[in-house]
Write a protein that binds this ligand. Structure first.
Ligand SMILES: *Cc1c(COP(=O)(O)O)cnc(C)c1O
Length: 220
């Protein structure tokens, strides 16, 4: 199957209100260009350096999403061009993004990553920490970031009931936080194996990699 066909097949199954992020991490620019030429304009990467390299090489009408864990000292390498940072999990990180956005006279959109999985390995904030952050004075002083939604990663398991419960938890958390933060619009949840379930549970943004580009090989 070609990248173009994969992309078209996936687009045919997702409703119009759901945004498709093509997760292109580890894939060469020629693969991304296949998706670009098939009309895809939103790409997700999980390493800042790799994203910056691809940004430099590719057409400038692409929206670049950082979907991985972000180290504060690397924010400066993407502040000029990143469209949306999905994995924001602390006030300190948000503050650094704000500072770097200000340097570039930009407002950078961010999602707060909520811990929805049982596994310890997944990053993310508790609901109460996210709620406290969003209501703090310190947060309201950050003028160069805008928190526009929430992101979550479900447990890596075949137990789809568990995955469904975790997605529903993010959906409920979103509704709860939106009461006091009307700027929240995006629910980023769902990957190749579970994006349809995620959409049923309220996702408005899915991050799909291997179903578009094929399996990743981390050895090359
Ligand atoms: C790699 C990755 C994805 C895409 O995973 P696939 O299973 O290849 O679709 C989605 N979200 C995050 C945060 C990722 O790191």
């Amino acid at each position: 199957m070609s990248i173009k066909t994969n992309l078209e097949d996936i687009k045919a199954t997702i409703p119009e209100h759901v945004t498709l992020v093509a997760v292109s991490k580890t894939k060469p620019v020629c693969d991304l260009m296949d998706a670009y030429n098939a009309g895809q304009r939103i790409f997700g990467e999980n390493k800042i350096q790799e994203m910056a390299d691809k940004y430099a090489e590719m057409p400038k009408d692409i929206e670049w999403h950082m979907i991985g864990h972000v180290q504060r000292n690397k924010v400066k390498y993407m502040a000029e061009f990143v469209s949306l940072i999905h994995g924001v999990d602390s006030f300190k990180l948000l503050k650094e993004i704000d500072k770097q956005a200000k340097n570039h006279v930009r407002i950078i959109k961010c999602l707060l990553q909520i811990k929805i999985a049982e596994e310890d390995s997944k990053f993310g904030m508790s609901v109460s920490d996210a709620s406290t952050l969003l209501q703090s004075d310190a947060f309201s002083e950050l003028k160069n970031i805008k928190v526009v939604g929430l992101m979550g990663m479900a447990t890596f398991t075949d137990n789809m009931t568990q995955v469904e419960n975790e997605f529903k938890f993010l959906n409920n958390t979103f509704s709860e936080l939106k009461n006091t933060n009307p700027d929240l619009e995006i629910k980023s949840m769902g990957m190749s194996g579970d994006y349809q379930l995620a959409i049923e549970c309220g996702s408005t943004m899915v991050r799909v990699g291997s179903s578009i580009f094929g399996a990743r090989n981390y050895n090359n």
